[in-house]
Design a protein around this ligand. Structure first.
Ligand code: ATP
Ligand code: ZN
Length: 286
């Protein structure tokens, strides 16, 4: 019997929906009802396991699941024997130290001998060791941001994305401990068949990621500007140029990266491009 790739994703929480969407965009179809523990993919030899994110590293190490999607912060905190395969570009956040907004803070030295509440004791301890600071770490599993207010700690280390939760709890962010995003992790000793399935899935994930970072561009351009426009829009090989039914004008199609998207648009406009259409790309196979 041929094997399934067992993929562990978060059962509910911040990673759940995007993990499901990513697998779907990779062509796996499966039912996603929140009360199920498992689902089979109909069209790719995979089984999806819905678990608490904190448990996923252990399950992947123990070969209960072959691969998983978790936050990089959880991967590092748990310190299991699992391999980071690919960063996934979502659930971007940072782990930061925060103190009550009126507490003076000039450097981490100010936390010497103080109490820090966190759900990430391993990461915080490592950070303190690097800085040569001794402080008491108080591990709590949730609502870390209320710890200073109830007298449990002088500082916290918690996940921050916009900082609004800190602000509404009268805290200010003073130091970034690590940056994190969702990552694909795998058991380092997959058998050949499952390693092959992972490779296939990874190829699809990369195609989805590349597509997300690129846009398809269509525009009308004056013929005399084609050379210059081509030089700023190389596309995947070179742009497609087809003549319009109007002398002196052509239609030009290309692909542009999100990072320098607006710069390119400004340049195109100044070179006389008109009617610029920007279209999302679903997959991009390089
Ligand atoms: P549970 O264990 O009950 O599933 P949790 O608090 O561990 O809950 P989430 O809050 O869903 O789980 O967070 C899961 C992961 O998502 C975190 O480990 C982190 O990597 C990421 N994350 C958490 N908060 C944010 C945020 N505000 N913005 C972006 N990513 C975040
Ligand atoms: Zn969790």
């Amino acid at each position: 019997m041929s094997k399934n790739l067992r993929i562990a994703i978060q059962k509910s929480g911040r990673l759940q929906e995007k993990s499901v969407n990513l697998l779907r965009e990779c062509g796996l179809s499966f039912s996603n009802s929140s009360n199920k523990l498992k689902a089979s993919s109909y069209n790719f030899p995979a089984e999806i396991l819905f678990l608490r994110d904190d448990d996923i590293p252990q399950y992947v190490e123990d070969c209960v699941a072959d691969i998983g999607i978790i936050g990089e912060n959880v991967m590092i905190e748990k310190g299991k024997n699992i391999e980071l395969i690919e960063k996934l570009n979502f659930a971007k956040c940072r782990l930061s130290i925060a103190v009550p907004k009126n507490t003076p803070f000039s450097s981490m030295n100010d936390l010497e001998g103080k109490r820090i509440a966190t759900s990430y004791p391993v990461i915080v301890q490592r950070f303190l060791d690097e800085k040569g600071i001794r402080a008491d770490i108080h591990e709590i599993s949730g609502s870390v941001e209320i710890a200073p207010g109830i007298g449990l700690a002088e500082a916290i280390c918690d996940i921050v994305s916009t900082g609004s939760t800190l602000l509404s709890n009268g805290l200010r962010e003073v130091e970034t401990v690590m940056k994190s995003e969702a990552v694909l992790v795998a058991n380092p000793k997959l058998d050949e068949e499952r390693a092959g399935l992972l490779e296939k899935l990874l190829f699809r994930i990369k195609s989805v990621k590349t597509a997300e970072n690129n846009k398809y561009l269509l525009m009308n351009v004056p013929d005399e500007a084609i050379d210059e426009i081509t030089s700023i829009l190389p596309g995947m090989k070179s742009p497609t140029v087809t003549p319009l039914n109007m002398t002196g004008w052509s239609s030009l199609h290309s692909v542009v990266n999100e990072n320098d998207f607006w710069d390119k648009i400004d340049q195109l406009k100044s070179l006389g491009a008109q009617g610029i259409l920007v279209i999302p790309i679903e997959k991009m196979i390089l």
